[in-house]
Design a protein around this ligand. Structure first.
Ligand SMILES: Nc1nc2c(ncn2[C@@H]2O[C@H](COP(=O)(O)OP(=O)(O)O)[C@@H](O)[C@H]2O)c(=O)[nH]1
Ligand SMILES: [Mg+2]
Length: 84
């Protein structure tokens, strides 16, 4: 597949329990998945193909765990981002 538009990295950030994993599942699988998502430890990556103005983009969604005890570990995911 030709991703002529390149790749785009979007971070999904927020407190625990606000629905980050649910919206990541909706965007990447066209459905919320079954049941309550397990808590996200670290980061879960999803990929979605998006066509915009005739170009295909490879969109990486980084669903980043919001629990305060992982605060120090989160910054490793904040590099090379294109959106939040
Ligand atoms: N009512 C309602 N519940 C939601 C919505 N999005 C997520 N939830 C529920 O909120 C809880 C936490 O969702 P989750 O995606 O794990 O949140 P995360 O911790 O931010 O990743 C789960 O029980 C979800 O089913 C929403 O838009 N409306
Ligand atoms: Mg989560």
């Amino acid at each position: 597949m030709d991703y002529g538009g390149g790749s785009v990295r979007v971070l999904i950030l927020g407190d625990s329990g606000v629905g980050k994993t649910t919206i990541a599942r909706l965007l990447t699988t066209a459905g919320p998945g079954g049941g309550t998502p397990a808590p996200t430890v670290g980061c879960t990556c999803g990929v979605v193909r998006h066509v915009y103005h005739g170009a295909e983009y490879f969109v990486e969604l980084l669903d980043i765990g919001g629990a305060s005890k992982y605060q120090a570990a989160r910054s490793v995911f904040y590099h090379n981002k294109d959106g939040v």
